[in-house]
Design a protein around this ligand. Structure first.
Ligand code: UT7
Length: 328
């Protein structure tokens, strides 16, 4: 029997129409367009309206991905929704998306791995497809981060935006698809990026709400250094595992955390700027959605095409990180 690999066979993305510009933020908190642009590369981010929520964007992205893969929702066997901003605590956003899609033969679930969630999802389903346990899986990164952001905290509110990206994975011929993938976490760094309220530890009370415990809290500066080192190291490890060097790679699609983080990772890896994709100026940091949105933009514009070798890498709260090497 021919050995199959797991590969991405269709992608899609979606984000809210609402836009929050740096000029809008200047009116909300003590900041400036100059500071945000020079420190993060972000000019605007999309922001969901009060009546919009995560599964809607995940479903819209997933519909495109399924259609572009030439499949029907019934063909999907596993739906992994990577999100840190679920519609609600139960049921999972993956199950809600399953219902919205009519993917009646799938098991829907969520993976909580913050900005690395999409790479966690594809790493989880990769071996299921390669071993033949399942044929088609849907991996979605979907976030409405702006509903977890404290708009009085200038250290976090300027960064995050909303959106979703989705990929259908299925069997592809040997030598193509996912060539190497790895995910890691280190929970000892919990307090570098966290939202402590609303769970079983602090619960939900007037006190936790008044204290803003449900909002994201971030030690951005400390996270910055760990993010650069972790993404560069795991990328080099996965390139070696795939038997490739950076020179073989056509495009690097990193998690869009901060333009300065992307530049530092590229420089550590020795990849030239033209080979590194960035859309952070227009979308901000959309956590688990940033890699699949960016990849789909590259596929639609022709920057990723048949034969392209692509490196993905992410880092996020947990802390979590990962890297994947793919050939299209
Ligand atoms: O998505 C994955 C997880 N997240 C990340 O990887 C994010 C990683 N971190 C970052 O992107 C950056 O650390 C930030 C963009 C969050 C902050 O940039 P920074 O260059 O690390 O700034 P900083 O926190 O060291 O703060 C420098 C100064 C401080 O003022 P003082 O103490 O020097 O007077 C801050 O109070 O900048 C101030 N500051 C701001 N000023 C204007 C912080 N945020 C703002 C702001 N506008 N929005």
């Amino acid at each position: 029997m021919t050995q199959l690999n797991a590969g991405i066979i269709g992608m899609g993305h979606s984000y809210p129409e609402g836009i929050l510009t740096n000029a809008d933020l200047e009116r909300m908190v003590e900041t400036s367009d100059e500071w945000i642009t020079s420190r993060t590369g972000i000019k605007q981010r999309h922001k969901a309206a009060d009546n919009e929520y995560t599964s809607q964007f995940g479903t819209a992205a997933a519909k495109q991905a399924i259609e572009r893969a030439g499949l029907k929702p019934e063909d999907i066997e596993i739906i992994v929704c990577a999100t840190t901003t679920p519609d609600q605590i139960m049921p999972s956003t993956g199950a809600l998306i399953q219902a919205q899609l009519g993917a009646v033969n799938a098991a829907g679930m969520d993976v909580f791995a913050a900005c690395s969630g999409f790479l966690y999802g594809i790493t989880m389903v990769e071996s299921m497809i390669r071993t033949g346990a399942i044929k088609y899986a849907l991996v979605i990164g979907a976030e409405v981060l702006t509903k977890y952001v404290d708009y009085t905290d200038r250290g976090t509110c300027v960064i995050f935006g909303d959106g979703a990206g989705a990929a259908v994975l299925g069997p592809v011929e040997s030598g193509k698809g996912i060539l190497a993938t790895k995910i890691k976490s280190d929970g000892r760094y919990e307090e570098q990026l966290y939202a402590p309220g609303g769970g079983t530890k602090l619960g939900t009370s007037h006190k936790t709400i008044d204290e803003g415990q449900h909002f994201f809290k971030m030690k951005g500066n400390e996270l910055f250094k760990v993010a650069v080192r972790s993404m560069a190291d795991i990328s080099a490890e996965m390139l070696e595992k795939a038997g490739l060097t950076v020179d073989d790679i056509d495009l690097v699609v990193p998690h869009q955390a901060n333009q300065r983080i992307t530049d530092a990772v590229a420089s550590r890896l020795g990849v030239s700027e033209e080979k590194v994709y960035s859309n952070i100026a227009l979308l901000g940091n959309t956590s688990s959605a940033s890699i699949p949105i960016a990849m789909d933009e590259c596929i639609q514009s022709g920057r990723i095409k048949e034969g392209s070798k692509v490196l993905l890498t992410a880092f996020g709260g947990g802390v979590t990180w990962g890297a994947t090497v793919l050939q299209f």
